[in-house]
Design a protein around this ligand. Structure first.
Ligand SMILES: NC(=O)c1ccc[n+]([C@@H]2O[C@H](COP(=O)([O-])OP(=O)(O)OC[C@H]3O[C@@H](n4cnc5c(N)ncnc54)[C@H](O)[C@@H]3O)[C@@H](O)[C@H]2O)c1
Length: 383
């Protein structure tokens, strides 16, 4: 692929099979390449870098769908070893990370090697963390294959694993050298997974961009597959919506913390669901609970709460009740060890209006009395 084909900014041309280059706008900002049917062109891009060896790391499903073919292409040009890690959120843990790091070292990694993370958010997080740890930091590339990974997890340099103590409890910030997102790969994702990834797009609209929310209103459906062109546009605009937030705070620690909307309740629910709910499904419930909390504390009007139900339940057909096996006491217990906790305890990102996060304390977060949180959570349990 010639350099002239790289477009520096979003444009309509991007939707016609060309490669566009975006910028993550993060503290260490990696180039984000987006296109349709571009996975096979990765070898051209890798020629821009000097390295001794590549490691293609993926999970079994993605290996069968795309990994095997990519491996053959890479092997024709470079020295490349494949490594397959266990699949799914329950394996995003220290044991998988440890096995992966040791495998990579035994296979002869050096400071000049590059890891390639081909998969969803789980593979991306584990490989990103392995890259940060091996020899105190080597390079890695993100090749996101899910809606969530293309629109959300790769637009963050946060790499983490879960532990019995909580979700994303152990991690570091480590940026990929670039992100290579082929939207064609999403066509094999299940409607449930695509929908779940798009929950984070709805979140971007709810916290910062009512205009984007209006766009989503016309595009989101309740679970049927998206036409190819609709999906391309939807993914690109979702990426753009997150980048617009990161532009205002590349650290994700000040204004950028608003991206954690619904995540304090959501992460606890995701952990307690033990794999029953996807990340997005848990965050959808978490955002609705956060909206109800914002309303109960007198900040968000009831239309704002209804807007959450309209998008997440009516438009996307997501269940906004807590799964039957999750107890309110357990949610409260897990929230107490949320990874955003400071010396002031756990605080929540809440809304004062659709598109506007409450910032009464100057840190975009609010303390919520446990009794109020508990009462609201009770209303989300199945009678
Ligand atoms: N670092 C961050 O800032 C950040 C942000 C959001 C989410 N996350 C993390 O991302 C994780 C969730 O990621 P996810 O939703 O991508 O789930 P995932 O990585 O578990 O992938 C879901 C499933 O889809 C399969 N799959 C992947 N690509 C596919 C494709 N193209 N076609 C068919 N199947 C495919 C995988 O094999 C897996 O079984 C969570 O652990 C979450 O905490 C991280």
């Amino acid at each position: 692929m010639s350099k002239e084909n790289l477009k520096e900014t979003y444009s309509e041309i991007a939707l016609n099979n060309e490669l566009i280059k975006l910028n993550t706008e993060l503290e260490i900002n990696s180039p984000y390449f987006f296109g349709y049917n571009i996975l096979g062109k990765l070898t051209f891009k890798l020629n821009d870098y000097k390295f001794d060896k590549l490691f293609l790391i993926t999970d079994p499903t993605v290996y069968n769908l795309y990994g095997r073919e990519l491996l053959n292409q890479l092997k024709a040009n470079f020295h490349c070893d494949p490594i397959i890690v266990s699949e799914g959120e329950v394996y995003k843990n220290i044991s998988t990370l440890n096995t992966l790091c040791e495998d990579i070292v035994r296979k002869g990694v050096s400071k000049d090697s590059i890891l390639l993370a081909l998969g969803g958010g789980v593979v991306g997080n584990i490989v990103g963390l392995a890259a940060a740890l091996i020899y105190r930091g080597i390079r890695f590339v993100e090749l996101p294959t899910t809606t969530l990974a293309q629109t959300d997890s790769t637009l963050s340099n946060k790499q983490a694993i879960n532990s019995p103590t909580g979700k994303n409890h152990f991690g570091v910030c480590h940026a990929p050298i670039f992100i290579w997102a082929d939207v064609k790969l999403l066509l094999s994702e299940s409607p449930r997974r695509i929908k779940s990834g798009l929950v984070e797009s709805v979140k971007n609209g709810l916290i910062a961009d009512p205009q984007f929310l209006n766009y989503l209103e016309g595009k989101l459906n309740n679970g049927t597959m998206y036409a190819e062109n609709d999906l391309k546009e939807l993914i690109l605009k979702s990426i753009q919506s997150k980048i617009n937030i990161l532009k205002k705070d590349s650290t994700e620690k000040k204004y950028g913390i608003i991206l954690e909307y619904g995540h304090t309740f959501g992460h606890a629910i995701e952990k307690l669901s033990q794999g029953l709910l996807t990340h997005g499904e848990a965050i959808a419930i978490g955002m609705t609970i956060a909206a109800e909390t914002s309303h109960r504390l007198g900040y968000l009007n009831y239309n704002g709460v209804k807007r959450h139900h309209y998008f997440l339940n009516e438009k996307m057909d997501l269940d906004l009740k807590l799964p039957f096996n999750i107890r309110v006491d357990d949610i409260i217990r897990v929230i107490k060890s949320d990874n955003k906790r400071s010396s002031k305890g756990v605080k929540y990102v809440l809304l004062e209006d659709i598109g506007k996060v409450l910032n009464s304390d100057g840190d975009y977060m609010v303390s919520v009395d446990n009794k109020i949180a508990r009462d609201i959570l009770e209303e989300f349990t199945i009678d």
